[in-house]
Design a protein around this ligand. Structure first.
Ligand code: IPD
Length: 248
């Protein structure tokens, strides 16, 4: 939060993906704290720059700043996203400017600042607020697919389409019931690993945009208040090819 208000030194990782000194600093803080307590655990993080491979071993999936473009511009939705996968799973999303801590553990519910969360349960897509993003992929096919998907959602029709600029916080809106669905293509596993557990534990559903089972590495996701809303969105959105997060 101290860095949020300052002028940032920005590096362009790959247009328009930005990275700041704070991304690297927060990542170091988190990873060194995890290594000090759990030296045998694995970490998968945005800075590793390598394929993200999930094994059965205890693994932390971290995005030190989700919403880096927001962070650079001081648009006030910026989060730290931490997921942990092993037999049991948990996810933490801290929305820094809002000072909102979302957390969930598999089988134990989802919470926001200690209060239990419940997704809206909405079954009728025409009564939904849907959160999405254009995303960081800017080639012609990605842009035309993502913009025409917004049109298709609006024509369903839905009550409204919103975008906060951080996949982690976008998706947590479904867990609060403030939004009924979130869909995105092109984000990475570290953006949504934690919020996927939070949505499921709040009673929501998470699936692939083609209606198949959720695959964290596929870079496609629908999170929704109900299976029927998720299916209605899966029927209208189209995908563009994205390199999987676990691919070399
Ligand atoms: C980005 C944000 C954004 C989403 C992009 C992500 P980053 O993550 O989550 O909402 O549209 O696809 O890459 O780069 O700020 O960690």
């Amino acid at each position: 939060m101290a860095a949020f208000l300052l002028q940032k030194e920005v590096q362009l990782k790959s247009s328009p993906v930005l990275v700041t000194e704070t991304d690297q600093r927060v990542e170091k803080i988190l990873i060194s704290a995890i290594r000090a307590r759990f030296p045998l655990h694995r970490e998968e993080s945005v800075a590793a720059g390598e394929p993200c491979v999930l094994t059965d071993e205890p693994t932390w999936i971290i995005d030190p700043i989700d919403g880096t473009v927001n962070f650079v511009h001081r648009f006030p939705f910026v989060a730290i996203s931490i997921a942990f996968t092993v037999n049991k799973q948990f996810g933490i999303v801290y929305s820094c400017v809002e000072d909102k801590l979302f957390h969930a553990q598999r089988g134990r519910g989802a919470f926001l600042n200690g209060e239990k969360l419940q997704a809206s349960g909405q079954e009728d897509v025409s009564k939904c607020v849907v959160v999405t993003e254009i995303g960081a992929e800017r080639d012609d096919l990605a842009l035309s697919t993502m913009t025409s998907n917004i049109l298709r959602l609006l024509q369903l029709p839905v009550h409204g389409v919103r975008a906060l600029g951080t996949a982690a916080v976008d998706m947590c809106q479904v867990a609060t019931g403030g939004a009924d669905a979130y869909y995105h293509i092109g984000m990475h596993c570290w953006d949504i690993a934690a919020s996927a557990i939070i949505v499921q534990e709040a009673g929501g559903v998470v699936m692939d945009t083609d209606g198949s089972d959720f695959d964290m590495m596929s870079r496609r996701v629908i999170a929704a208040s109900s299976t029927s809303v998720a299916n209605s969105i899966a029927q209208v959105v189209q995908a563009f090819p994205c390199r999987r997060d676990d691919e070399d």
